[in-house]
Design a protein around this ligand. Structure first.
Ligand SMILES: [Ca+2]
Length: 85
């Protein structure tokens, strides 16, 4: 088993994070690099912390986590391959 890198869980998205048309409101970090292409975000999805405050969630926001279990329990099924795109 190699080292496991993960993103820091911030909170879950709520209905207040979405516009009437289902799009995410402005001001939230862009998470499209760490979710599958075309993924439609919905209330209950994970919102990760933008650790370097560049407005998007990416590999630069990842940090070393020791427990694979804790990563899985954080929520959605994000693959490591997606982090490198
Ligand atoms: Ca970032």
């Amino acid at each position: 088993m190699g080292d496991i890198w993960g993103l820091q869980f911030d909170r879950f998205l709520t209905e207040d994070d979405f516009n009437a048309d289902g799009s995410l409101k402005a001001g939230l970090p862009d998470q499209t690099k760490v979710f599958p292409a075309g993924y439609q975000f919905a209330p209950g999805d994970v919102l990760y912390k933008d650790l370097d405050n560049n407005g998007e969630i990416g590999i630069q926001d990842a940090f070393l986590v020791l427990s694979y279990y804790s990563y899985q329990s954080a929520g959605k099924n994000v693959t490591w391959e997606d982090l490198t795109k």
